[in-house]
Write a protein of this length. Structure first.
Length: 63
């Protein structure tokens, strides 16, 4: 699990997201297909500045 901070292009807010990466791999169990790469978000918060987002991430290291 990790934090990432990104700027929302639609609202111009900074978004702090806590979640985990899913790597591309074949689907198990004899089924056809692949998992697509993704970032599964478990917690998020929106901020006006990047500084605020970084402070939030620093104060919440475990999500």
């Amino acid at each position: 699990m990790e934090w990432r901070i990104r700027k929302d292009s639609r609202t111009n807010e900074y978004v702090a997201e806590y979640g985990g990466k899913v790597e591309s791999q074949p689907v198990g169990g004899g089924r056809l297909g692949y998992y697509m790469p993704a970032f599964i978000i478990y917690r998020m918060a929106c901020f006006d500045t990047e500084k605020q987002a970084k402070a939030y991430v620093k104060n919440h290291p475990e999500g």
